[in-house]
Design a protein around this ligand. Sequence first.
Ligand SMILES: Cc1ncc(COP(=O)(O)O)c(C=O)c1O
Length: 339
Amino acid sequence: MEQASQAIHDFNGTGLSILEIGHRTAHFQSVMDEAISAVKQLMQIGENHDVLFLHGGATTQFMEVPMNLLDEQATAAYHVNGIWGKKAATEAALFGKVNVVADSSDRNNTYIQKDFSISEDASYLHITSNNTVEGTQWHHFPQTNVPLVADMSSDIFCRPADYNRFALIYAGAQKNMGAAGVNMVVVRKDVLGKVKRRLPTIMDYQKHIAAGSLINTPPVFAVYVSMLTLRWIIQEGGLTEMGKRNEAKAGLLYHTIDSLPIFKSTVEKEDRSLMNAVFFLTDPSLETAFLDECKKEGMVGVKGYRTVGGLRVSMYNALPLSSVEAICSLMQDFARRKG
Ligand SMILES: Cc1ncc(COP(=O)(O)O)c(C=O)c1O
C-alpha cells in the first residue's frame, strides 16, 4: 500500500502519477508484463495458457465465460455450493443450457458435494473453488473429462495446486490480489473460438489475448496494485509459503473454535475454508456482545454474511498470523467470562 500510494505521487521516478501515465507507454507495458509473468511463475502455467487482466469484477466473468464457451444449444455443468456458484449458473443460463450437477443447499451449503456426475458432452464444468460466504473450499479439485472452469475469486494464490488442469480460471482481484476493478483470467487457448455466436469485442477472450489485455484503456491502477501484490507473493516464497501461512492461520482459528463449546462451526471439517471461517455462538443471544468486543479491539468484518448469519473471519493472504492470534485470544477470554 505504501508503494502504491507513492506511485500516485511519482511512478518510478518518472515525475508522473500512476493515475496519469498512458496505458500504451513503455511504463505501463512493463507493469502489465510483470503482472502476467508473475502469474505464470506463481501458478507454473505452461505455454498453452494465457493470462489476461480485464475490466470488472468476477460477476463480469459469470457472463463472459458462457459467452465464450457455451453455445445456445449446448449444456454446461455447474457445481453449486453457495451463492456465488448459483449466481454464475443463473448468468450462464442466459447463453445456453445449464445443468446444476451438485447443489449442497440441502444442508445449508455447509459442505462441498463430491458425489456428482456430468455428461461427457458438457461444454465445461464450472466450480467455485472457495465459497466465500458459506466458508467451504475445494481441497482436491474434481477430475473431469470436460474442460474445468473455476471461479477462484476468494482463494486465488492461497496455495500451490496443479493449475494447468484448468481450462479457465478467473478471479476478481480485490481479495488476494489487488485493488477492486480488475479480473484476472487464465485461459487455455484451445477451448476458445468454438462457439457460434458473435461476440462483442470487449467480451471476446481471443481478442483480449491478441491485444495483450489492451483492447481499450485497462484499469491501470488496479493492475499496478495486482502487480505489486504478485511481486510481494514471489518475494515471500510463492504459493508454497502462502499455503503454509494459510494452513497455520486457519489451523489455529478452527482449533480455537472446536476447543471452546461456546462457539460452533457447522461446516464439514474436510471442506473448511482456509480463507473464510464461518462459525456461530452456541447461544445466539451472545453474538452482539461478542461483535461489540471485536469492534472495541479493532477487529472489523467479523459479522457473518446476511444470508448465513453468525460470524465470519476472513484470513486472506495479507492477514498476518498475529491477527488470528488476537481474535483467538479474544474468543478464549470471552468464553472464560460468558461460557
Ligand atoms: C467467489 C466469488 N465469486 C464472485 C464474487 C463477485 O465478485 P465481484 O464483486 O468482483 O463481481 C465474489 C465476491 O465476493 C466471490 O467471493
